[in-house]
Design a protein around this ligand. Structure first.
Ligand code: 6GU
Length: 237
């Protein structure tokens, strides 16, 4: 998959996505990540990318033209363009599964108080990663690109690591343990040491439902076994 980010701060995305699993996906060519910086598409001496808001108010607004030119430099026929903004639809695992099917994603990251509203017409969708305010779209781009990359075939080594996990089945995952069997007086649940796969699966099901009811009552009772991704498309295109 190819991903480009239109951003004033490419390192905020490039550096975190150079480590661990996503970093390996990039060196293996499973993910090609590129950047277009609106500042490189300005023509004035100060390379201006922002201006005061019409109507007054605090903060600066990103100008449409440098963002438009940066987007144009990376956009292809099959590109799916996502504007990252706290006003967007909430990102989810179901959305990640939809985005993972695309050939080319382009993320537009806002900064300062926001981007000139007219840029939103350039995007196929607007996404937010949650109900809180970040300094810019870059940390959101990192989260979304990470979630999508691990769904690209070949990125995760163990084939079914994405099947039983938190959210795909609308339940939180059962807890995990590794050696030692007793750590500072805390023992691993004996079911996991039993070698009885049926018993282990049963135990995991019970713990997953318990945990979901406690931590995420909003999800509890949705454990139908049907993947959230299959319950309906999250967005149109
Ligand atoms: Cl996508 N951008 C900003 N600036 N803040 C956010 C966000 C995005 N998602 C949640 N908060």
């Amino acid at each position: 998959m190819r991903v480009d980010a239109v951003t004033l701060f490419p390192d905020m995305i490039d550096l975190p996505l150079s480590e661990s699993i996503v970093g390996r996906a990039r060196t293996e060519g499973l993910l090609e990540l590129g950047f277009a910086n609106p500042r490189d598409f300005t023509e004035d001496r100060h390379r201006t990318v922002d201006d005061k808001p019409y109507g007054g108010g605090t903060g600066m607004v990103m100008m449409a033209e440098p963002v438009y030119r940066a987007l144009k430099s990376v956009k292809k026929k099959n590109s799916f363009v996502i504007l990252l903004t706290p006003k967007g639809k909430r990102f989810s695992q179901a959305a990640a599964l939809e985005l993972a099917k695309k050939k080319h994603l382009v993320f537009i990251c806002g900064h300062y108080e926001g981007i000139d509203e007219r840029v939103s017409s350039l995007a196929d969708m607007e996404l937010s990663i949650g109900d809180y305010v970040l300094t810019g779209g870059e940390p959101a781009a990192v989260a979304v690109i990470d979630a999508v990359t691990r769904l690209i075939p070949g990125v995760l080594k163990k084939g079914d690591a994405t099947v039983n996990e938190t959210f795909t089945g609308a339940l939180l995952e059962a807890p995990h343990y590794t050696r030692p069997g007793v750590w500072r007086g805390k023992a691993v649940p004996p079911e996991l040491l039993s070698g009885n796969h049926k018993l282990i699966e049963q135990w995991r099901g019970v713990r997953a439902r318990e945990l979901t009811a406690k931590q995420r009552p909003d999800l509890a009772g949705q454990g139908t076994g049907v993947s959230t991704a299959r319950r309906g498309k999250v967005f149109k295109k």
